[in-house]
Write a protein that binds this ligand. Sequence first.
Ligand SMILES: [Zn+2]
Length: 256
Amino acid sequence: MTIRQALTRDQITAIVGRLDAVEAPGQLLPVAVRAVSDALLAHDGPSAHPLPAGQQLHLRGFAIPARQWEAITAAVTSRAAAWGIAVELALELINVLPGTYEDPDAPIPDLPRPDHRPDQLQVQLSRDAVDVIAAVRHHLQTLASYYGPQSAQHLAAATSWLSCLSQVLTMTFGPSVRVVRDGTLSLLMHTSSGFTFAAIFHGDARRCTAGDGCTALIADDGTAHAPFTTAAVADHQHRPSFALDAPRPGTWSLHS
Ligand SMILES: [Zn+2]
């Protein structure tokens, strides 16, 4: 049986205040649990006593109005932005905070949210990462001149590269990111919050388009082979989906 309990505006304000005052990333989740426990059990204010074992489970027996839950999680993720751990905390919060129920009239404080993000995003590019970026630029220019600037090949590659770059240039994962080479056209990002992800170029496979149910893949030297052992390879003159000497179409995507 879940106990439905709305918090007061003052209680939410107190919870948000305690979250804003957290000084270390590892404290954020325990303080959130403690502050919500105190409010639900009507023991407002910081306590010198550590959370008794099992009390965290106690929170799961409660449900609070959804908009109050959102105000609390917004305060946690806003504070977490200082360390670039908002994404991982958001998932953990669901496990430790009370459940929710809809109550559109539940009070929430109308507080200006302080911006806890660092003043600057520091991006450090290794020399070979700079070489990758130059190589990508060259590849995109080659696609544009071979297939045309408005071609699907050029647009798909260029927009996917731009999308990856924009996602590297965010503060989601902390105040700094180190970018290194991860292949001729691919980059690896190490964030200050300890997260690693890659922007990887996936070149299109050169398929046979001659028909006859042929599924052959054609290598750079023109030889055809079956993509898997039982795949059909027709006995005909294969027609490659792009020429052997053409720049390889493809797209970039992010991988964690
Ligand atoms: Zn074929």
